[in-house]
Structures are given as C-alpha cells and as structure tokens.
Design a protein around this ligand. Structure first.
Ligand code: 45D
Length: 166
C-alpha cells in the first residue's frame, strides 16, 4: 500500500513538472487557495523550516517590480539560472515549501503580483488538481515537497553562467 502510494505520488509530481511553466504556477496557486487555511507555519513541527532564510528570500522578491516578481517565479519553475534560483536551490525542501507559501500569502496581500481572476486551468491541470485534492493531508505535503524540491537551480551542480554572471 505504501509502495503504491509512493509511486502514485511520484507519478503526480512528474505530471506536475511536465505542465507548461505558467500552468505549474497556476495549479500551485489553486492548491494554495484550496488548502491555504490549513497550513500553519507556527506549528510545533515547523522547526525543520528555516523561517528566517525563507523570509529573507521572500523580502528580496517583495522589493522587485511586479514583472520581476513574476519572472522570478517563472525562473524557479523553469529551473533557470538566476540569483534567486540559486539561493532557492540551497534551501532544504521544507524551507522551499515555506518560501512558496510566503509568496502565495504575499500575493493574497498584494505585496506580490496578484493572481489574475480570469485564469482557467487546462484540462490536464484541472485533472491533476482533482487527484491532489483526494490525497490525504500527509500525502499532499509529501507531494508538495517533491514538487518544489527540484525547482530553482542547485548552486553546486551548475557551471558558471556567462549570461547572468552567476
Ligand atoms: O498574469 O513541516 C500566471 C511548513 C498567468 C512548516 C500568473 C510546512 C499570467 C514546516 C503565470 C499564472 C509551513 C513549511 C500571472 C510543513 C499572470 C513543515 C502568475 C508546510 C500573474 C509541512 C501566477 C508547508 C503565480 C506547505 C505567480 C504545505 C502563481 C506549503 C504563484 C504549501 C503561485 C505551499 C504560488 C503552497 C503558489 C504554496 C506562489 C501550496 C504557492 C503555493
């Protein structure tokens, strides 16, 4: 049973990653609006997230223009080499999750570019969304870690980029 669930989770994460960049952002947003209220960063077991580091990275994004805020998030999803992508890549998986959560809350508060209210998920994204909604909470958390873990750029794994100078 556990093995089946694990494989199913891996399959869901792979299907998520195969979506176009904007669809990944959009689906992740719908997930946030669906479960936002049940995420409690102050929970006793939140200790494995480096709150200060996630907030520091979030504050850098907050200072940017709206266009840059969107670009940063697209670069993370597309694993494009940028300063934020590399800083992100050095975080633990749980801290990555916390960072995305801060971004989503920032969008809610309009500190970050808001989500367009007329956006329609593609059929494949919506199908994935329904399947994710049916998972148990702990399975969802595992899935989200698998989703955010490979985003950004591992600063130790990529060579120097001549375009960005990083
Ligand atoms: O204009 O153990 C489009 C912690 C279209 C505690 C767009 C936790 C065009 C420790 C591109 C779509 C709390 C960390 C615009 C656990 C257009 C711990 C933009 C749990 C503007 C387990 C779309 C944490 C954009 C959890 C920018 C469960 C979309 C965290 C952005 C869950 C979407 C976090 C974002 C979730 C979605 C975050 C930022 C689900 C974020 C979702």
């Amino acid at each position: 049973m556990t093995a089946i669930n694990t494989n199913f989770n891996t399959e869901l994460a792979e299907r998520f990653h195969r979506l176009p960049t904007d669809e990944q952002l959009a689906l992740f947003w719908f997930i946030y609006t669906e479960m936002g209220g049940s995420i409690t960063p102050a929970a006793p077991d939140a200790g494995t997230a480096s709150t200060g580091i996630a907030e520091g990275l979030y504050n850098q994004v907050k200072e940017m223009s709206r266009e840059e805020q969107l670009q940063v998030q697209r670069d993370l999803v597309a694993r494009k080499n940028s300063l934020i992508s590399r800083e992100y890549g050095a975080l633990s998986d749980t801290t990555k999750l916390l960072f995305w959560y801060l971004l989503a809350r920032g969008m809610d508060d309009e500190e970050i570019i808001p989500f367009p209210d007329d956006y329609q998920l593609s059929g494949e994204s919506d199908h994935l969304f329904q399947q994710i909604k049916n998972l148990e909470f702990s399975e969802q958390i595992t899935l989200f870690r698998d989703i955010v873990a490979p985003m950004g750029v591992d600063p130790d794994a990529v060579p120097h980029d001549r375009n960005t100078g990083l």
